[in-house]
Design a protein around this ligand. Structure first.
Ligand SMILES: Nc1nc2c(ncn2[C@@H]2O[C@H](COP(=O)(O)OP(=O)(O)OP(=O)(O)O)[C@@H](O)[C@H]2O)c(=O)[nH]1
Ligand SMILES: [Mg+2]
Length: 628
């Protein structure tokens, strides 16, 4: 090894890594640099995996950029922080060590952020500091002497505003410059620095570059006094959630009608312009009735996400986590579980991944186990269909009864999750309550750009699902429901042709499992493809009923058909089933990956199946008994 001379030529730079404290804007910067649309939100622990993208510099060169989970220090505590450490140190199998590190710091919180920069500097690698959130610092009247900071750190320092168009111009310029000449890096230091040493150094630098500490607005304190109040805070939280579910039903009407109308028009057009035959049936019964039936629910899903994105960007979520920490602690969940569980309302998969921010393994496992009990957005179409068919459009004291029912179903999921977590706590004898340590971000006005981007991303994901897996499953289901054709000499008086098909046989075979909980053979068929994507249950019912019907008018009106065909008890039992809905293959696969064992996903599938069956059974019997 040659003696380090303070400046090491390290050309060419091919890969840079963004490293910094949680919530300092790394992912926003990554998106700006690479044009990616990774998730950005105003709380710590959004990114839990490394993501790679490419940045094209003005001089035609391309550099790859790695976005990493936030870390408070280089002594990793949580699984997501470990990812960061492994990447920086080049310990990830099959991956190169990044050639240079961009340390992203939050300009409004240098006291905490600079510590990590000092730790990074001791690695002796090419390093550049991006002072992000420069706009917020300016708005707070915080003057940072960047030139002095660069001198004191002995590193290049640039200013960035990661949420503004071109807010990364200085960073790009620096990157370009350093591609042409060696990038300075301090000599690596092997002597360990104590926490106190680092703190002293941070204080020394701060006194030189930012003599004034920022003052948080009074408004923020006043808001927190209400939002985090043990009583008022809960009232606010309940009101917020409540409003969301009301909106999901009351705002979605006209866009849903528009989509339904368009679908019906397409169906009619095909019926009028095509000769009867298998292709027409595939298009009308499979695509329009099935895929179209799922598409109708897009407005409701987007409205739900609109609110989730608003909450995520505002800084409210970690406060709600604090508010509920005590309550969650009682059932054996850590307050840290709040955000993973909340993400599970979108889909259990990102929720389960987000549990990587939980350091304690048992806490993490308990959270993973109950994540599927949070109602994911794929279940929303099923709920919405059944509620639309069986709950009258009435108002109770100004509130929509349908919205109330939906709210009740979500609450049922949450309450069951708490119950299950409590049982786990008992069984595992989990260690005592660990107080929640979570950084409270400042409140921010949600950025329109983020909101629009997030909604667009959601619509995109949904449409990709509809056009991909849902479409494929519907075609397969149409085939299985159409063939084999009924025997020669069959006429409609002997029952629908679908009874003779593979799907019909399968539905009847499944009857011995599902008849006791009130599910007919059509529902039994629909549950099977629903294991791959839950929305498909709705589409599958559309197709199965379209193929069982004498005419094709079912295609655009599944709701009245089931409203007439099913008993109230069956409908309620199916709703109860979906509160637990154990069968989602992709969730089980992720649990397998995150826990590195088959034991947990198998256990999860089993316990959810038992709960779903029991809940549906009880609901069915009780409703029948009440005369439903
Ligand atoms: N005003 C302002 N807001 C910013 C800036 N950069 C990021 N934000 C906001 O800060 C929040 C956090 O941004 P992220 O990019 O998710 O932060 P991160 O560092 O990736 O966070 P983790 O993945 O949790 O470590 C989001 O609400 C962003 O919109 C900036 O320069 N100015
Ligand atoms: Mg991030």
């Amino acid at each position: 090894m040659s003696q380090s001379l303070g400046v090491e030529p390290t050309l060419p730079i091919r890969c840079i890594a963004l490293v910094g404290n949680p919530n300092c804007g790394k992912t926003a910067l990554f998106n700006l640099l690479t044009g990616a649309r990774q998730k950005v939100a105003n709380y710590a622990g959004v990114t839990v995996e490394r993501k790679v993208g490419l940045v094209h510099l003005h001089n035609g060169q391309t550099v790859s950029v790695v976005d990493l989970p936030g870390a408070y220090s280089l002594t990793a505590a949580t699984p997501d922080e470990q990812v960061t450490l492994e990447v920086i140190e080049g310990r990830r199998a099959g991956e190169d060590t990044p050639d240079a590190i961009v340390a992203v710091v939050d300009a409004t919180n240098l006291r905490m952020n600079l510590r990590l920069v000092l730790e990074l500097k001791r690695l002796g690698r090419p390093l550049l500091v991006a002072v992000n959130m420069a706009d917020v610092a300016r708005a707070q009247g915080l003057k940072i002497d960047l030139a002095r900071l660069a001198i004191e750190l002995g590193l290049p320092v640039v200013e960035t505003v990661a949420i503004k168009h071109n807010g990364h111009a200085q960073l790009l310029a620096q990157l370009e410059q350093h591609l042409a000449q060696p990038w300075p890096s301090a000599p690596a230091s092997t002597a360990s620095a104590s926490s106190a040493d680092l703190q002293r150094e941070v204080r020394r630098i701060l006194a030189l570059v930012a003599p004034l500490a920022p003052t948080l607005g009074r408004f923020q304190y006043r808001l927190d006094a209400v939002v985090m109040h043990p009583v008022w805070g809960l009232v606010v939280l309940a009101a917020v959630l409540f409003l969301i579910f009301q909106a999901v039903f009351s705002w979605a009407n006209w866009p849903m009608d528009a989509i339904k109308g368009a679908m019906a028009a397409v169906g009619d057009w095909i019926l009028a312009h095509m000769a009867s035959g298998p292709l027409r049936s595939l298009l009308v019964d499979g695509v329009v009735a099935g895929v179209g039936g799922v598409l109708v629910f897009m407005p409701q899903i987007l409205i739900l996400f609109f609110f989730i994105l608003l909450l995520e960007d505002s800084g409210y979520l970690p406060r709600a986590a604090f508010l509920l920490d005590n309550l969650m602690g009682k059932v054996g969940l850590s307050g840290r579980a709040f955000i993973p569980l909340l993400s599970s309302f979108a889909c259990a998969i990102p929720g389960i991944m987000a549990t990587r921010t939980i350091a304690n393994w048992k806490d993490r496992l308990a959270t993973i186990m109950v994540a599927p009990l949070m109602t994911c957005s794929a279940r929303l179409p099923v709920y919405a269909l059944l509620i639309g068919a069986f709950v009258p459009e009435r108002r109770l004291g100004g509130l929509s009864l349908r919205g109330l029912t939906l709210f009740g179903l979500y609450v049922a999921g949450v309450v069951s999750a708490m119950g299950v977590a409590w049982v786990f706590k008992r069984v595992w004898m989990k260690d005592g309550y660990q107080p929640l340590m979570l950084e409270l971000p400042p409140y921010r006005r949600p950025s329109l750009r983020n909101l629009a981007q997030g909604l667009w991303e959601r619509a995109h994901i949904f449409l990709r699902r509809v056009g991909g897996i849902i479409f494929a499953l519907m075609v397969v289901l149409w085939f299985l429901s159409t063939y084999p054709a009924p025997p020669a000499g069959w006429d409609a008086a002997q029952g629908p042709a679908i009874q003779y098909s593979f799907a019909g046989m399968m539905g009847h075979a499944l009857q011995w499992i599902f008849a006791p909980i009130g599910f007919n053979w059509q529902i039994s068929i629909a549950l099977v493809p629903g294991m791959a994507a839950r929305e498909v249950v709705v589409g599958a019912l559309g197709t199965v009923y379209a193929l069982s019907g004498v005419d094709a008018s079912v295609a655009d009106a599944l709701s009245p058909v089931i409203a007439q065909g099913w008993s109230l008890a069956t409908a309620y039992a199916l709703l109860a089933w979906f509160v637990f809905a154990p069968q989602c293959l992709s969730t089980l696969a992720v649990v397998r990956r995150e826990t590195n064992s088959w034991r947990y996903p198998l256990f999860m599938a089993a316990y959810l199946f038992v709960l779903a069956y029991a809940a549906a059974f009880a609901t069915y019997r009780i409703t029948l008994w009440l005369g439903g």
